[in-house]
Design a protein around this ligand. Structure first.
Ligand code: NAD
Length: 281
């Protein structure tokens, strides 16, 4: 079985991006800039944002974090986004989720200029992705896609099953696999026989949030299995896939941690650079 090493793949991607940033700098005399808005003091969000900033600096991006207290008014955040939309030194804007309850997430997402939407959550980017046009692609599914392509460059005609239909993961993942000419089944909490669906799959992407949901006897021999889940349990962090059981059947499998997670931030940097490049045309 191939253990898909997300840390290594992310380090390779960051190295490529670092070279690209250096080339862009010599060509345009400026570097792409990423601005992150962080509201409140939720510990996981603080950690994510710190890691994003560190990785952005590592590849040579200009990076800035704007922090607001939990009590910040929605209007203040929306005004800041407008200011960043018109700031030419800012290539990408990310508002760290989740937001405090009094702030409307959809309003915030839609306030970001789609050409600077490095999370790929703006309805314009969602539409572009599903229409097959160029767009920012949500970072986690993009990371999954790049990992799958490393194992199997030609996905045409493969049967893929995506478990979970969130806007963040399942739906964009489905679009990426469709674009590669996979036959895709998207499954969710109301799917009647998830095991039977998974048993059909050459590729399984699990993004559910249920510890070890996908079992060994759900997986066809030689399937590629990508585990997006990050679940805290009494035994530590586990994914949505039962690693020990599935590793006996699968051709390739991502571990948790060390699989999809590290690719997510690397893809955020890629999206920032891609937004910059599109803005220079
Ligand atoms: P979500 O809660 O928004 O969506 C979960 C999806 O799973 C829903 O579409 C739901 O219909 C489906 N589902 C629920 N129960 C099911 C069942 N029994 N069978 C089949 N489908 C079922 O979750 P999300 O935001 O997509 O996150 C999923 C997981 O991925 C979580 O563990 C989250 O922590 C993790 N995650 C990881 C990364 C990363 O960088 N690795 C990034 C984002 C999310």
């Amino acid at each position: 079985m191939i253990l898909i090493d997300g840390k290594k793949a992310a380090a390779e991607l960051r190295a490529e991006l670092k070279e690209e940033v250096a080339e862009l700098k010599s060509k345009h005399n400026k570097v792409p800039g990423l601005t992150v808005i962080l509201i409140g003091d939720l510990a996981p969000s603080q950690i994510y944002v710190r890691n994003k900033e560190k990785s952005a600096n590592e590849v040579g991006l200009k990076s800035e974090v704007i922090k607001y207290p939990d009590s910040v008014e929605e209007k203040t955040v929306l005004e800041k986004i407008q200011e960043l939309n018109s700031d030419k030194t800012v290539s990408g804007i990310l508002v760290q989720l989740p937001l405090p309850k009094h702030i409307d997430k959809q309003k915030v997402i839609e306030a970001i200029d789609p050409s600077k939407d490095v999370d790929g959550f703006h309805p314009m980017n969602v539409g572009n992705l599903s229409s097959g046009y160029e767009s920012s692609i949500p970072c986690t599914p993009l990371g999954c896609y790049l990992l799958i392509k490393k194992i199997e460059p030609n996905l045409s005609g493969k049967k893929a099953v995506v478990v979970g239909r969130s806007n963040l993961n399942g739906k964009p993942m489905t679009q990426l696999l469709l674009k590669e000419n996979c036959t895709v089944t998207i499954t969710h909490s109301k799917t009647k026989d998830l095991k039977a669906e998974c048993l059909e799959a050459d590729i399984i992407v699990a993004a559910v949030g249920i510890p070890e949901l996908v079992r060994g006897d759900w997986v066809k021999k030689d399937a590629i299995v990508i585990d997006v889940g990050i679940n805290k349990t009494d035994n530590g962090i586990v994914g949505d896939v039962h690693f020990d059981e599935v590793s006996k059947n699968a051709k390739a499998l991502t571990p948790v941690p060390g699989g999809v997670g590290p690719m997510t931030i690397a893809c955020l940097l890629k999206n920032t650079i891609d937004c910059f490049k599109r803005s220079q045309i």
